[in-house]
Design a binder for this molecule. Structure first.
Ligand code: NAD
Ligand code: WQD
Length: 339
């Protein structure tokens, strides 16, 4: 009997790719999403990739009564919790909205799991909990000093889940700190489609390549990095998806809490991404160097050693593959799931 895994936020970017990895690993993903930042048509695409669409429940993780029913009716073996809001700027403008969704939502979910006796929880944290690090690569033991409400919401949930596991040692918790997820499934059937003007680099580059935007504004060319532009640890979303399966398997094998970075351990600059995307797409990416973006960190990348040692996971897909897969998705779906 395949095990059912509840995937909150499973219609979103990382969640949908994780549904593919879960199905490939023999699990039954059950998606719970309020569709606040996603499109239900992703389910048909998942069916085309995996042979069958995951079961979908439209609902909100803050709805305790709905969660209680769900846990009572389904043989849920564990939960991967992606549901949340992720735009740093919005979190500065609406901190309480962010704490309500990300922190309160996680508390409602954990309380429902506690009541139902479901003890496996994999949580989407973020490298943003490190803030501006003293040095890179960043190990998990680095100081935690998130610089905005979004980052603080992730740290609060990490801390609360740590307390929960200390209070009840039967919990099996994985806190996964993602670096910069990009790319798309290699079929080009699912990917990331931000609403409105993209904040993040890769979606913006994609939209320039496909002609939706004139040029990329490179946010700063005077950083103390090899080419003066910001450096990040871009990680392919399918590597990330497989990291969740590895974390789930680890949690199944033993109680406890693990906190791991999911990144490649390699830094790439904005111009490295532009060049890789030009190679992958065969298109020229017009850009200009503009001012620095307030709040940006010059450079950071993760130390992936602990993920390899504890989960047996490491990222295998290159920056060229991230760009090629992003491009395939963008070309085939210039308006996202609208076609
Ligand atoms: P996403 O917005 O594509 O996916 C999140 C999904 O959760 C969406 O489908 C949204 O509709 C849903 N959702 C939001 N609030 C909900 C609620 N209260 N109840 C039910 N569903 C809800 O974002 P993503 O990039 O796939 O990110 C997934 C998770 O990973 C988020 O928690 C995010 O903070 C975290 N994360 C993302 C990144 C990144 O750069 N993409 C980096 C680090 C961490
Ligand atoms: C990458 C680089 C920019 C856009 C954000 C969140 C973080 C995490 C991942 C969730 C930087 C530069 C970007 C553009 C540019 N999310 N850039 N022109 O800022 O590293 O991380 O997403 O947890 O919390 O802060 O990602 O893709 O926005 O930027 O030059 O139009 O690209 O300055 O150097 P970031 P990003």
């Amino acid at each position: 009997m395949p095990k059912t895994i509840l995937v909150t936020g499973g219609a979103g970017f990382i969640g949908s790719h994780t549904c593919v990895a879960l199905a490939a690993a023999g699990y039954l993903p059950l998606v719970l999403d309020n569709l606040g930042n996603s499109d239900r048509r992703v389910l048909d695409r998942l069916a085309r990739i995996s042979g069958v669409a995951p079961e979908f429940i439209e609902g909100d993780v803050r709805d305790r009564a709905m969660l209680d029913r769900l846990f009572a009716e389904r043989p849920i073996a564990g939960v991967i919790h992606f549901a949340g809001l992720k735009a740093v700027g919005d979190s500065v403008a609406d901190p309480i909205g962010y704490y309500d969704n990300n922190v309160h939502g996680s508390f409602v979910l954990a309380a429902a799991m506690q009541a139902a006796g479901v003890r496996i929880l994999i949580f989407s944290s973020s490298a943003t909990v490190y803030g501006d690090p003293d040095s890179s690569p960043i190990p998990e033991s680095a100081p935690l000093r998130p610089a905005n409400p979004y980052g603080r919401s992730k740290l609060m949930v990490e801390q609360a889940l740590g307390d929960l596991q200390r209070a009840d040692a039967s919990w099996r918790i994985g806190l996964l700190r993602y670096f910069n997820p990009v790319g798309a499934h290699e079929t080009g059937l699912i990917g990331e489609h931000p609403q409105g003007r993209p904040n993040n680099l890769m979606p913006f580059v994609c939209q320039v390549a496909v002609g939706l935007r004139d040029q990329l504004a490179v946010h700063g060319g005077d950083y103390p990095t090899p080419d003066g532009t910001g450096v990040r640890d871009y990680v392919h979303v399918m590597d990330l998806a497989e990291g969740h399966v590895a974390a789930l398997r680890h949690a199944e094998s033993q109680p406890g809490l693990v906190t791991v970075n999911l990144g490649t351990g390699l830094g790439a600059s904005v111009l490295d991404v532009v060049k890789a995307f030009e190679r992958a797409s065969g298109r020229k990416i017009a850009y200009h160097i503009g001012p620095r973006r307030p709040g940006d960190v010059p450079a950071y990348w993760g130390d992936p050693t602990l993920a390899q040692d504890t989960l047996g996971w490491r990222a295998t897909r290159s920056l060229d593959a991230m760009c090629a897969d992003s491009w395939r998705w963008q070309q085939g779906n210039p308006r996202g799931y609208e076609g």
